[in-house]
Ligand binder design. Structure first.
Ligand code: BG6
Length: 487
């Protein structure tokens, strides 16, 4: 099987904050890869915008360095690299001032009828100026799109305000709110698995599923992001968006079509069905302490004291018929034992064992979808141990990754940003959050943060699985977290 490239029409992509980290690490390499794979149409224009005074050549050199650092092996293809760099322009612009917008307009002549996307890779305080600036400069029309990244507010009130800022200048179908987790291959595979197979749906409910675990564990700490992160914490940085989005995809009803509003309507229903999390035992907040050769969160954030959590474990409940009695355990943390992101759907035990005690116990079936570091879908089964020796039960993993079978094992998996940026150009919002989803997620999170923000989090050792209380959260229910191991 070969990768299928769906061509897009020539477009303009204006990246505000083009000298920043996200542009260097993700956007520039993502765009290069799309060109390398033949998806970037002739005539596409990329314009970087930032405050720094530099000319186009200096910005191209910067983009070339970003490719060296983050573009991987394929970024060394000099012919494509030169072609790619030639599509890039740069306009210095302070978005809070009235000057410079004409230069941006001059860099984008003859844009009528073209898809034009404005990617806001800047702090949210500039969102309003940019939305207004591009309008006043006459850079927008019905084909324009605006792309924004988290933080999409820090609570419900600020998220509403932000939605209002954009609604003043763009229609909802022009606003693309990125949650890069939705661009990950396995996340989309979760939808394929659930909705392209008849096998799972009859089992996908509280009669057969015991619980769901969603883990996003990182090895890194907050590093240089301390000033942003302090006062934000894992609840707002990770749970409100990435983990709740994953929960939605597991819990939602089958949409009638794989279309933006059909999918997002179903996700919204899940968010609105989340029961308020009021049980103090259902939430554990942690903060990494220092360890051998490892600075603490307080060192990283350059704070003497802070109640910001770098770890969260919680038990959520989706209060509807399908999920009645099925806990969703969510955990995420920094400086943990390993980098593992996965969704695990743990099925109930077989209702009655016909085998003698000497056969051993049948394990619960677990469907695990691994997002990273390696993409994988596996089903934990119990089988008879092969060979003589009587009926002995043994665990076995059914690997449903299928990449090998589809001949795709050598295929480079595109980064989430590659897919998401191209979806923006295509105008497909299926993998983007709608404004009401973001607000519903904040409404649930706000009620929790209002209660616990001022409480000191439990300290945990770097390189561990988080505070002991997090283990207790599940042990109390007679369950355990899955091991944080790389497969
Ligand atoms: C970002 C968070 O949204 O996601 C970061 O702000 C986090 O704190 C990152 O490190 C994790 O993304 P990924 O794709 O590396 O799992």
């Amino acid at each position: 099987m070969v990768a299928r490239i769906v061509p897009v029409d020539p477009f303009d992509l204006v990246v505000f904050g083009a000298t920043g980290d996200l542009a260097r690490r993700k956007l520039i390499p993502a765009l290069y890869h799309r060109m390398h794979d033949g998806q970037m149409p002739e005539g596409a224009r990329i314009v970087g915008v930032a405050r720094a005074k530099m000319d186009r050549d200096a910005f191209r050199r910067m983009a070339a360095e970003a490719l060296d650092e983050f573009g991987g092996e394929v970024a060394r293809d000099t012919e494509i690299r030169d072609r790619f760099l030639r599509t890039i322009d740069y306009v210095p612009l302070d978005v809070t001032s009235h000057e410079g917008w004409d230069a941006l307009k001059a860099a984008l002549p003859d844009g009528e009828g073209r898809v034009r996307a404005f990617y806001l890779s800047v702090a949210p305080r500039f969102f309003g100026d940019i939305a207004q600036g591009v309008h006043e400069a006459g850079l927008t029309d019905a084909h324009s799109r605006i792309v924004i990244e988290k933080p999409l507010g820090h609570d419900l009130a600020s998220a509403r305000e932000l939605n209002g800022v954009f609604a003043g200048h763009f229609e909802e179908h022009q606003i693309f709110r990125i949650d890069h987790y939705l661009g990950k291959e396995t996340v989309q595979n979760l939808m394929a698995l659930r909705f392209a197979n008849a096998l799972f749906e009859p089992l996908w409910n509280g009669r057969h599923i015991d619980h769901v675990q969603i883990t996003v564990a990182e090895k890194v700490g907050v590093e240089g992001r301390g000033p942003y992160y302090d006062g934000i914490g894992a609840m707002r940085d990770m749970v409100q968006n990435h983990l709740l989005q994953l929960l939605c995809l597991v819990a939602m009803e089958p949409p009638s079509h794989f279309e933006p509003d059909a999918v997002r309507d179903e996700k919204l229903k899940v968010l609105r069905a989340l029961a308020p999390l009021t049980d103090p035992d259902a939430l554990v907040r942690g903060q990494y302490a220092n360890g051998p050769g490892c600075p603490s969160y307080l060192d990283d954030a350059e704070r003497g004291a802070s109640n910001t959590e770098t770890f969260i474990a919680l038990k959520a409940e989706v209060a509807n018929w399908r999920w009645s009695g099925v806990p969703f355990y969510l955990r995420t943390g920094k400086r943990m034992k390993s980098r593992v992101s996965e969704v695990a759907v743990v099925f109930k035990c077989a209702p009655h064992s016909i085998f003698p005690a000497a056969s051993g116990r049948a394990a619960q079936n677990v469907l695990s979808l691994r997002l990273q570091p390696d993409e994988a879908i596996k089903l934990g089964m119990t089988i008879k141990e092969p060979g003589p020796g009587g009926m002995r039960l043994a665990p076995a993993i059914l690997d449903m990754t299928f990449a090998d079978k589809l001949g795709a094992s050598n295929m480079r998996m595109p980064d989430a940003y590659e897919r998401l940026v191209m979806d923006v150009i295509r105008g497909d919002q299926t993998l983007f959050m709608r404004g009401d989803e973001v607000e519903a997620a904040w409404a649930w999170v706000d009620a929790i943060t209002a209660r616990v923000d001022d409480e000191p989090p439990a300290l945990y050792e770097p390189g561990s699985a988080g505070p002991d209380d997090a283990l207790m959260l599940m042990h109390r229910d007679g369950r355990r977290w899955r091991e944080l191991v790389q497969q």
